[in-house]
Design a protein around this ligand. Structure first.
Ligand SMILES: [Zn+2]
Ligand SMILES: [Zn+2]
Length: 260
């Protein structure tokens, strides 16, 4: 039996209730598939607390804390302050996910922007990188990232959904680009070009599980073990051996997040 290459899932929601029934088995499947390191992502005060609790007890799992644009409207000052308090814990290695989502617009755009800016400024004071969520809001997101000097802390544009021109602007801002399951879809639009364009030292990969399963698992719950499918597709698009792609994306995530 060949040993699968080591992978880093740079964006997962392992602490979400969808995994409550089989979390240990899911983590075991991840490790068996080579996914030895995972970043579990908070989206509001409660899920940030859960993310930290999971990271505290699971080797190879680190947490982020933040307020997702969907949750920005529902988060009062006490909730935002709670997230900031959690952020100082050593097992919390980045701030996020934060950003703008004009696709579903579950929070008013001005509230999304205010919360996004607040956490970008906070991340800069704290000296931790950021995990950015952006859907149908590239112009505004890039403008805010530049304005809040994201290059001082760095970060990841997660589940990248733009084209090569937008990818170039993200790279200019000092961000890494993360590709998720959609790069494996037959209708992946600009993503294959993006996969070929991003320099090897600026690329990471993710599942965003339980959401966005790769081709072959669409309509099902996603989990970190399926990261191998996305890794294989990205390596194929780049004309790169899977081992090399795995090592580089893993090194890039470890360097940004400063984890072993
Ligand atoms: Zn997201
Ligand atoms: Zn997410």
């Amino acid at each position: 039996m060949t040993v699968p290459p080591e992978l880093f899932d740079s964006h997962a929601h392992l602490h979400f209730p969808g995994f409550d029934d089989d979390r240990d088995a899911m983590l075991a499947r991840a490790r068996a598939a080579g996914v030895r390191r995972m970043l579990t992502i908070g989206t509001d005060a409660a899920t940030s607390r859960d993310a930290l609790a999971l990271a505290a007890r699971e080797p190879g799992v680190w947490a982020t804390v933040g307020v997702h644009p969907h949750d920005a409207g529902e988060s009062d000052e006490a909730a935002l302050a709670d997230v900031e308090r959690l952020a100082t814990e050593p097992r919390v290695v980045a701030i996020g996910e934060i950003g703008l989502d004009y696709f579903r617009n579950l929070s008013p755009p001005d509230v999304q922007a205010r919360v996004f800016r607040r956490f970008l400024a906070f991340a800069r004071r704290l000296g931790k990188p950021v995990i950015v969520h952006c859907r149908d809001a590239h112009a505004e997101t890039l403008a805010i990232l530049a304005d809040e000097r994201v290059d001082e802390v760095g970060g990841i544009m997660h589940c990248f959904s733009g084209d090569v021109a937008i990818a170039r602007r993200c790279l200019d801002l000092g961000l890494l680009i993360s590709l998720a399951g959609p790069v494996t879809y037959p209708n992946a639009r600009a993503l294959p070009d993006v996969a070929r364009f991003v320099p090897g030292d600026r690329l990471v990969i993710e599942t965003d599980c339980p959401f966005l399963p790769p081709q072959g698992y669409r309509g099902k719950r996603n989990e970190p073990a399926y990261l191998a499918i996305t890794a294989a597709r990205v390596a194929e698009l780049r004309g790169e051996p899977l081992d090399a792609l795995a090592r580089r994306t893993c090194d890039n995530a470890r360097r940004l997040l400063r984890v072993d």
